[in-house]
Design a binder for this molecule. Structure first.
Ligand code: FE2
Ligand code: FE2
Length: 195
């Protein structure tokens, strides 16, 4: 499957504009609504702006792969958490990329809670199996030892809550202002860091 070419943050914005209206498979929301709801929930919780960006872009990997429809329905794990984190590392630091990279392992940790597991949609339960199921034993301990484990768990809670029609309180332009603000700070820091 051909991957989508993204060279700039503008390309990323254009991708969300272009494919944002596609239905988030198995959920009653579009990709754009899911992203905006997740970012809005992070902002409402008082999360740092880097987490708002992580929430907005946590599933961008789904749109990068070029797979149409639902890869999990074809028995494919598209590894969207890795693709997204890898791409975003061009413009952002680990405060943004690591919660994204860990949002699937966080789901596998939270799935040990029966209530959490029961609340997952059919598609999310199917992808959970493809992603390796509930995380247990040393792998679970290793997850909690990662620096951004708690951030990933918080992101995952907003992720699950961001699948209800009608709770998107932001427009993409509004949320994108936060993306540009965080990116400008990363660039400023890079320019002032000692060589
Ligand atoms: Fe995801
Ligand atoms: Fe998501």
């Amino acid at each position: 499957m051909t991957a989508i070419e993204i060279e700039s943050l503008h390309d990323l914005y254009a991708l969300l504009q272009r494919r944002g209206d596609e239905q988030y498979t198995g959920e009653p929301v579009t990709h754009r609504a899911h992203a905006l709801q997740c970012a809005w929930l992070a902002a409402r919780a008082g999360a740092p702006d880097t987490m708002v960006v992580a929430a907005l872009l946590h599933d961008i990997g789904h749109l990068l792969s070029g797979w149409p429809g639902t890869p999990s329905a074809d028995g494919i794990d598209d590894r969207h958490e890795d693709t997204g984190a890898w791409l975003l590392s061009r413009w952002f630091g680990p405060e943004v990329t690591e919660p994204i990279r860990l949002h699937v392992p966080a789901k596998r940790v939270l799935a040990a809670e029966p209530a959490y597991c029961r609340a997952l949609s059919e598609d999310s339960q199917r992808s959970l199996r493809l992603q390796g199921g509930v995380l247990t034993g040393p792998a679970r301990e290793a997850f909690f030892a990662r620096p951004y484990a708690q951030a990933a768990l918080a992101l995952r809670r907003w992720d699950e809550a961001a699948k209800k029609p009608g709770i998107a309180r932001w427009e993409l332009k509004e949320a994108w202002a936060v993306v540009e603000q965080v990116h400008a700070r990363v660039r400023r820091f890079a320019n002032t860091a000692p060589a």
